[in-house]
Structures are given as C-alpha cells and as structure tokens.
Design a binder for this molecule. Sequence first.
Ligand code: AP5
Ligand code: ZN
Length: 218
Amino acid sequence: MRLILLGAPGAGKGTQAAFITEKFGIPQISTGDMLRAAVKAQTPLGIEAKKIMDAGQLVSDDIIIGLVRDRLQQPDCANGYLFDGFPRTIPQADALKEADIALDYVVEIIVPEENIVERVTGRRVHPASGRSYHVKFNPPKVEGIDDISGEPLVQRDDDKEDTVRNRLSVYRNQTQPLVEYYSSWAKSGDARAPKYRHLSGVGSVDEIRERIFQALEN
Ligand code: AP5
Ligand code: ZN
C-alpha cells in the first residue's frame, strides 16, 4: 500500500496514520516528525527549520524533497509507505511524479476550520514516537503520560492559536490546490494516477478510522 494522507493541520493525519501503517505494515513518512527530530537534535537543518515552523510557514521545497528522497531509499519502504504532511505544495507533488514514486491512493481528510483550532490547541504529543493525544477528545490513560512508553507528553511549539491560524492560511493557499491536482489526475485516465478519496474527519477517532479503511477497499 502506497498512499498520501492529505488534510489541514489538525485534521487527524498523524492519529489515523498510526492505524493505517499498522494494518498494512508500512512506514509513516511524516515530514513534520522528521523536521521536529532535526530541531531536537539541533542539526543545521533543525536550527533553520525551527524558525519557519514556529511562524507556521513552510520549509523550502528543495529541503523537503531531499529529505523524502533519502527516506525512500531505506529498506522499510520496499512494501509501501504512507506520506503524512507531504506533499504540501505543487512543486513537491511534481517532484514525486517526476521521480515516478508509485502511489495507490490519495486520501483527503476534511475537517472544518472551526473544529481545527480546538483540536490543535488541546493536542499533547509524545515526541519520540509522534503519537498524539487530545486533552478532551483523545486523552491518554494517565494525564500527561504516553500510554505505551510511560514518558511525558508535551505541547508542540507551533500549537499556539496564532500560529495555528497562520498554518491554516498557508494550508489554504499552498496545499489545498493539491486536491484539484490529485482529483483531476485520477480522472484523467492515466494508469499511474493514484485513486483519489475524500471523507469527513468529523466524528470519533474510531469512526474516521473505519471510513478510511473502507475508502481503501475499493
Ligand atoms: P506537520 O507536523 O505536518 O503539521 P500539520 O500538517 O500542521 O498537521 P498536524 O500534525 O498539526 O495535524 P494532524 O493532521 O497530524 O493531526 P493529529 O492527528 O495530530 O507540520 C508541521 C510544520 O512542519 C509545518 O507547519 C511546516 O513548517 C513544516 N513542514 C512539515 N511538512 C512539510 C512539507 N512537506 N513542506 C514544507 N514544510 C513542512 O490530530 C490533531 C489533534 O486532534 C490531536 O490532539 C488529536 O488527538 C485530535 N484528534 C484527532 N482525531 C480526532 C477526532 N476524530 N476528533 C477529535 N479530535 C481528534
Ligand atoms: Zn501530524
């Protein structure tokens, strides 16, 4: 299985990626998680990316495309992969297409903006694994603690309300055009085109998981 999860900040890409990668035995390629790891390790890329991420802007296409290209060389990508948060611009999507990276599905998770701010500001994450929780909608078993590792949860630096609003406007301007990009490619008759599926991301985490699994069955 080779797919892209497309959706606004806070749409539930990371949450649902965990179920899909488990079911199909494929790695999650989250450019956001990769950048946060670089920030934590204070690499030159991380130091540069931190400023951009904290402002809610996008890291340059060249850097992101290079990161993904290297990641795809790793042996765990042989059976498939799930892209989360990538591609995010038309040039990133073109880079995938030009490199002939196979895709079976593009799944868009649609959540109205009024739900997003509450979701993102209540999010708590386990940095090492990328697992995310929500104080109200998806709480951990013990407050502030990751269910699996027992380690503390933290709030992402870019989950402040102002930054979230910037991220939403960047999404609208730079990423939303990918909906048209992939839906029209799917209709074009090109045999290489991934199937395009879209579904509502409003409902319980379990409901959305079932919707996605169903969408991937046909
Ligand atoms: P990235 O990490 O990709 O962030 P994002 O796209 O803004 O998405 P989020 O991680 O915020 O949301 P999500 O959809 O994963 O939601 P989640 O499942 O956690 O990118 C961060 C930054 O890195 C970017 O701003 C940019 O600077 C840079 N970057 C990354 N990739 C890049 C690229 N390709 N090009 C350039 N720059 C790039 O859920 C959110 C919350 O909602 C959680 O609290 C969760 O528990 C809760 N929740 C989940 N499902 C439900 C539900 N059904 N009901 C209620 N609550 C729910
Ligand atoms: Zn995420």
